[in-house]
Design a protein around this ligand. Structure first.
Ligand SMILES: CC(C)(COP(=O)(O)OP(=O)(O)OC[C@H]1O[C@@H](n2cnc3c(N)ncnc32)[C@H](O)[C@@H]1OP(=O)(O)O)[C@@H](O)C(=O)NCCC(=O)NCCS
Length: 154
């Protein structure tokens, strides 16, 4: 799986770092129909993976999926998250023919919810004590967002 934007290549990961994560990602590429797309974000100008973008829990019958994104800190605020997510959203709507993409963001994570609000995602509510962070074990409230096919303009 490979998607290309002006500055980026979104592609399946196949490098040796973070073996467990990459092994999972590799397994997912073999599941048919594919439910999870965890793609590395390669910056064309540096030929380097600088983050990941994910379209997960793809449910063709329901027409839904969830989005996620993380970028190396030195590349923040250059529009890369937006560029990568827009491409994955167009893949979700145009290619997979989904009707709704969702995102859940910890209430403390202003960069993330600011980014998806700017992209037109609608806030649908806050799930209290919704998620335990893998890194810290801490429980977080989560802001839930969605973008419907008819709302998206790219
Ligand atoms: C969230 C994240 C992906 C944003 O990526 P990015 O490439 O820096 O985002 P963009 O440059 O496309 O930003 C788009 C808009 O989002 C908002 N935004 C992004 N970072 C912000 C910040 N630190 N504070 C406030 N608003 C912010 C701004 O409105 C920005 O537009 P502007 O720069 O024109 O003002 C990045 O901060 C990140 O990887 N964070 C850690 C991982 C994470 O929390 N992921 C979310 C969980 S899935």
């Amino acid at each position: 799986m490979k998607l290309t934007t002006e500055r980026l290549i979104l592609r399946d990961l196949n490098i040796k770092d973070a073996k467990e994560f990459i092994n999972e990602c590799t397994k997912e590429t073999k599941i048919k129909p594919r439910k999870n797309y965890n793609l590395g974000i390669e910056l064309k100008s540096e030929k380097k993976v600088i983050g990941c973008v994910a379209l997960s829990s793809v449910d063709k019958y329901q027409g839904t999926a969830s989005l996620g994104c993380w970028i190396g800190e030195e590349y923040w605020r250059q529009g890369i998250g937006t560029e990568a997510l827009k491409k994955l959203i167009s893949f979700a709507f145009d290619k997979l023919k989904l009707r709704r993409v969702e995102a859940g963001v910890y209430v403390e994570n202003k960069p993330s919810y600011s980014m998806i609000e700017k992209m037109g995602f609608k806030f649908e509510g806050t799930k209290i004590k919704s998620r335990r962070a893998k890194a810290t074990g801490k429980i977080h409230d989560e802001k839930r967002y969605a973008l419907l096919r008819e709302e998206y303009e790219i």
